[in-house]
Design a protein around this ligand. Structure first.
Ligand code: NAD
Ligand code: TYD
Length: 335
């Protein structure tokens, strides 16, 4: 039996990862550490049981975090915990530094002290910056973050690597493109579009709508993360991508068609400041070394995602009735 400390396990990707481990990997005990921010939903996961335990702990609080390490014999650490939304980072960057940078440092220090066997940092393609119409990000692309969010993630990546070079700690970094799928908080593009469309509400499209992201279905990301944890080489970075580049406008129109809703719902609004134009991933390294390839194309992934939101209305209605209302007003009224 191995024990894996997973931070941010009540968030979108963390909860999908934990569900995968609990269902598929019976020789792993999961310790979930989550502060429970606005983005967390404890209902995303089952209650504590034999090989699953939850701690309500802030990774930026080193003393509290050290108690989790004291009480458990931790083999692996996977750090999903983060403030993750670019627009929020533009409004208020400080918490991004606290959680994404200072929190990561706490985890690194405690993991080093306890000699954990693997430390996997969940990072993002956004640390590479923005592409023009051609080219792709590889692991060798210099870091050039352009939003407070991506700057905080890049800072964390550099700290993680410094623990490899300075202390010989067995760290790994995954950098993935834009995820979508079940349990994603509706502030992000795809769930926002599905939910607004279902409510016949305007869909805010930033700028000219031609920004491009590479999209990956969350379960493909989960699979990639597990393969890095199992077989990745310490001290290495692995890009993960979905091989599915799409313009924002194209995605929105695709979803509206699927839901039989009119394009007139689309409202072109003021652009996001510093809006990255294009992301595209060269993930030949993880494909060649670890045999990773995405299983879901965008058609299949979006079908599963749209159906999940159609079948789990209670999940998102509860979010819409809370603080999200205030967030939405602050974020979109001025645009
Ligand atoms: P999310 O916002 O849905 O969830 C984040 C989780 O972290 C929440 O449960 C939250 O409560 C928890 N958390 C936040 N601050 C914390 C703190 N100080 N201490 C403990 N827990 C805290 O995020 P997500 O979309 O699931 O992203 C997970 C990770 O994957 C992040 O590190 C993000 O940078 C990275 N990532 C995300 C994407 C994407 O498209 N969503 C793509 C690539 C990488
Ligand atoms: P988002 O889901 O916030 O992910 P990220 O900024 O991390 O890539 O946004 C994805 C794309 O969609 C990005 O180009 C911004 C755009 N977008 C809109 O046009 N309207 C919106 O309301 C949101 C949330 C995003």
């Amino acid at each position: 039996m191995k024990t894996c400390l997973i931070t941010g396990g009540f968030g979108f990707i963390g909860s999908n990862f934990i569900r995968f481990v609990l269902e598929e990997k019976k020789d792993i005990t999961v310790i979930n550490v989550d502060k429970i921010t606005y983005a967390a939903n404890p209902k995303n996961l089952p209650d504590d049981h034999g090989n699953y335990k939850f701690y309500k702990t802030d990774i930026a609080d080193k003393l509290e975090l050290s108690k989790v390490f004291d009480e458990n014999n931790i083999d692996y650490v996977i750090n999903f915990a983060a403030e993750s939304h670019v627009d929020r980072s533009i409004m208020d960057p400080s918490v991004f530094i606290k959680t994404n940078v200072a929190g990561t440092l706490n985890l690194l220090e405690l993991s080093l002290k306890r000699s954990v066997k693997r430390f996997l940092q969940i990072s993002t393609d956004e640390v590479y910056g923005s592409l023009g119409l051609t080219g792709k990000f590889s692991e060798k692309t210099p870091l050039s973050p352009r939003s407070p969010y991506s700057a905080s993630k890049a800072a964390a990546d550099m700290l993680v690597m410094s623990f490899f070079h300075t202390y010989g700690m067995p760290v790994l970094i995954s950098r993935c493109s834009n995820n979508y799928g079940q349990y994603q908080f509706p502030e992000k593009l795809i769930p926002l579009v599905i939910i607004n469309a279902l409510n016949n509400k305007d869909i805010p499209l930033y700028g000219d709508g031609k920004n491009i992201r590479d999209w990956i279905y969350v379960l493909d990301h989960v699979k990639g993360i597990y393969s890095i944890l199992e077989h990745g080489k310490a001290g290495e970075v692995y890009n993960i991508g979905g091989a599915a580049e799409m313009e924002n406008e194209g995605i929105i129109k695709y979803i509206l068609n699927k839901l039989n809703k009119p394009f007139s719902l689309i409202k072109y609004v003021k652009d996001r400041p510093g809006h990255d134009r294009r992301y595209a991933m060269d993930f030949s390294k993880i494909a060649g070394e670890l045999g990773f390839l995405p299983d879901y194309d965008m058609e299949k992934g979006l079908e599963l995602t749209i159906n999940w939101y159609l079948n789990n209305e209670n999940w998102w209605r509860e979010i819409l009735s809370g603080d999200y209302k205030e967030y939405y007003k602050t974020m979109y009224d001025y645009r």
